[in-house]
Design a protein around this ligand. Structure first.
Ligand SMILES: [Fe+2]
Ligand SMILES: [Fe+2]
Length: 319
């Protein structure tokens, strides 16, 4: 496989596992295409054309190479240190990061957050409320990533002539859809049932061994779950703390999230919403693992690092 084929597969899997549904994602792409067609020549020159086919701006090829990819070094955060590690290992063709870097961080992280308002709307929060509350946070995120030296890793990849890409929201969509299906199938009744359900997943079992397993951040184990929402697994980063009150009004009882800041935790508690924190790196690992399985099936060797808990879900040694 070449780097572009790996990238196309990531986008395809991201669309297929998007909680909004394939039809809705295609509709968003079509709308953007129509806007692009109406742009002036100068606007078209400045426009990132990848956005016409890839709805996830936080997923990009950051340094393209032309040789076939046989071995990938992959992890949650891939920095210059991981690139040097790849150079030391010697036969790595591609660095695959989960968290965005380079232009995928600068343009992408705030852009993919719009997905959150659509998901909140699916769970009953009026779209106007979700959009207006989220927009404040989107602007904050956009400003917060602006001063970072985000192209540092890309510069190093160019010097080492090493392929580099990041796959963020497509992988997060994979874990969101995986957990949603599991919760719908097992129908947990109490908060502690959700915790038990998560603890049956190998990535979370491994995370528990290093003190990063699933935890309840708000509510009690004996509480009824009520309506369970997976609003904080995908969609870039943490949304607005003001949303919990609106979620409670929309009938949501429990939120399953990857991580939760103290400000958000307090807001959830105040709104009487239970918050189950699945764990950041373990949840990210599930999403990226579902993608890596498809690459491994195509005979690409996977070398996990940087926090990634590699679990295979196919073949002889599957979990
Ligand atoms: Fe993630
Ligand atoms: Fe993450």
């Amino acid at each position: 496989m070449f780097i572009e084929q790996i990238y196309d597969l990531a986008v395809e899997m991201g669309i297929k596992n998007d909680l909004r549904g394939i039809k809705e994602v295609k509709k968003i792409l079509n709308r953007l295409k129509k806007k692009y067609e109406k742009m002036s020549k100068k606007e078209k020159q400045e426009f990132d054309k990848e956005r016409l086919t890839n709805p996830f701006s936080d997923t990009r090829i950051l340094n393209k190479t032309n040789k076939p990819v046989k071995k990938i070094l992959t992890g949650i955060d891939m920095n210059v240190s991981e690139l040097l590690l790849a150079d030391r290992l010697g036969d790595i063709d591609l660095i695959l990061a989960h968290h965005p870097t380079g232009r995928a961080l600068a343009f992408g992280l705030d852009d993919v957050m719009h997905l959150q308002s659509d998901i909140l709307n699916m769970y009953g929060v009026p779209i106007n409320v979700a959009e207006s509350l989220l927009q404040i946070r989107i602007d904050e995120v956009s400003r917060s990533v602006a001063p970072s030296n985000h192209n540092r890793v890309v510069d190093a990849a160019k010097l080492l002539k090493m392929g580099l890409m990041c796959v963020h929201t497509p992988a997060d969509n994979c874990v969101a859809s995986f957990l949603k299906k599991l919760i719908e199938k097992r129908k947990p009744e109490y908060v502690e049932d959700i915790l038990e359900l998560l603890k049956s997943i190998p990535e979370y079992q491994e995370a528990m061994k290093i003190g990063a397993g699933p935890r309840i951040f708000a509510g009690r184990p004996e509480n009824h779950c009520g309506k369970i929402a997976l609003t904080e697994i995908t969609g870039g980063t943490e949304g607005s703390p003001k949303i919990y009150e609106k979620m409670a009004q929309a009938g949501i009882g429990t939120v399953v999230a990857m991580h939760l800041s103290e400000e958000h935790r307090k807001a959830a508690e105040k709104a009487h919403i239970n918050a189950v924190i699945a764990g950041h790196i373990a949840s990210d690992s599930i999403g990226i693992n579902l993608f890596l399985d498809e690459l491994e099936k195509k005979k690409i060797e996977i070398v996990p690092c940087s926090g990634l808990i590699r679990v295979k879900r196919f073949g002889k040694n599957k979990a």
